[in-house]
Design a protein around this ligand. Structure first.
Ligand SMILES: Cc1ncc(COP(=O)(O)O)c(C=O)c1O
Length: 421
């Protein structure tokens, strides 16, 4: 595995290409950590950051309203469609999930509802509250003492060997067992990222969970930190199911990696008559005008350049190319996911998850070959490599990505044969 000291030092980046201080070029085949949705160095975004930085970079939300935040909220709410009332800002996706959890607890105050039901595998962030509701054993390792106090957690797993994610029936059987009257919220991602490399929750499951929450009085929280703002070929991954969550957590693609910002979209019924932003509090930098100006420019660029439908079209091509590679390499599974949120599973890893798993070795070999891809999975069954380039990737860059990925896969398998004798 590549440790920090062995990593190249980044110098500059433009579009889909990153250059290190030795002048080596890398194709950014995973948008950093699946966040640089519109590519690096977009002049319109840099200009917006520069303009805002000359006006004001910090003004606390308790002392001033600020225009970038107000314009951003208007745009986010118009993108999200009906059913939402407010946007609460954070500095990261983890904090957006924490905000959703806090709001769910405020919503249910005095009712005795104390259980969050989430799935395994899942990943919702590294802060203690977000990690406490994540079905990601490797990232929870050694941290369990920090994770007990957030809420009672129930994890739903798939009852079917062939499926990574639970079915609606799996969810409902756990929800009935724990007692619907104690469930505060159901939490899930539309398409898995760090935990399950592109595994999708089907629309029927979303609709069934919406029905459960409505009838049981629980809240539905959808984590769109990785999937949100176009990555899946829709503005949000949950949109296709027709379901509107009560709380929707976002981050990453909101500012495309330009500046730290996350946001929690709050449904109309969560804090009736009150301000979710006031109730959920926040952090010093939450809702600062500079990050909001960057996000506003990124979303405007995403919309004006038709990048959401582009993710669908380019994703179809990339998926086809990855499927061809997977067909000729028995160690790889056909690609999973949607739009440009794609993951290639590892079929069989003879070396195992405990040493250096094959997905890690592919990621390392890719780096040596001038390509960034992202390792994902919580165990041998879920290990995968995510291939999620910026939505702006062009044909020529896809060719480079595929050529380098093919080389990385064959080098890591060849090294395995040498190791194995
Ligand atoms: C689905 C999901 N939720 C939450 C997070 C946490 O976001 P952040 O790393 O910005 O705190 C991530 C990060 O990968 C994620 O993929």
């Amino acid at each position: 595995m590549t440790g920090p000291s062995a990593l190249p030092t980044v110098d500059r980046a433009e579009g889909v290409m990153i250059v290190d201080t030795d002048g080596r070029e890398y194709v950014d085949g995973c948008s950093g950590t699946i966040c640089v949705n519109i590519g690096h160095g977009v002049p319109e975004v840099l200009a917006a950051i520069s303009r805002q930085s000359q006006l004001v970079t910090f003004a606390h939300r308790s002392q001033f309203r600020n225009r970038p935040v107000e314009d951003l909220s208007a745009l986010v709410l118009s993108i999200a469609g009906p059913g939402y009332k407010e946007v609460v800002y954070t500095n990261s996706g983890s904090e957006a999930v924490e905000t959703a959890l806090r709001l769910a607890m405020h919503h249910h105050a005095g009712t005795g509802r104390d259980i969050i039901v989430s799935q395994r595998p899942s990943y919702h962030g590294m802060t203690a509250g977000a990690l406490a509701v994540s079905g990601h054993p490797p990232r929870r390792q050694n941290l369990e003492p920090l994770l007990g106090g957030a809420a009672k957690l129930e994890l739903v797993s798939s009852s079917r060997d062939a499926e990574i994610l639970p079915s609606l029936e799996d969810w409902l059987s756990v929800l009935q067992r724990v007692d619907p009257a104690r469930v505060a919220a159901v939490l899930l991602e539309p398409v898995g990222g760090a935990a399950s490399g592109g595994a999708e929750t089907d629309d029927r499951t979303f609709r069934g969970l919406r029905e459960f929450c409505d009838s049981a009085g629980a809240l539905l929280i959808v984590d769109e930190v990785m999937t949100g703002f176009g990555r899946t070929g829709e503005w949000f991954g949950v949109t296709r199911s027709g379901v509107t969550p009560d709380l929707l957590a976002t981050g990453k693609g909101l500012s495309g990696g330009y500046l730290p910002i996350g946001a929690c979209l709050v449904g109309e019924h969560v804090m009736p008559g009150g301000s979710a932003a006031e109730v959920s509090m926040g952090h010093t930098m939450s809702g600062n005008p500079l990050a909001a100006a960057a996000a506003l420019a990124v979303l405007t660029y995403t919309r004006d350049h038709g990048l959401v439908s582009r993710a669908r079209e380019v994703g179809t091509r990339l998926r086809r190319e990855l499927a061809l590679i997977a067909r000729s390499v028995p160690a790889l599974r056909p690609p999973r996911g949607r739009g440009l949120h794609l993951g290639v599973g590892i079929e069989q890893d003879p070396v195992g998850f405990a040493t250096t798993p094959l997905n890690r070795r592919i990621v390392d070999a890719a780096l040596r070959n001038g390509l960034l891809v992202y390792p994902s999975g919580v165990d041998a069954r879920t290990q995968s490599v995510m291939v999620c380039p910026p939505l702006t990737i062009r044909d020529r860059e896809i060719e480079m990505l595929i050529a380098r990925f093919t080389r990385a896969v064959s080098e890591s398998l060849a090294a395995e044969r040498v190791q194995g004798g």
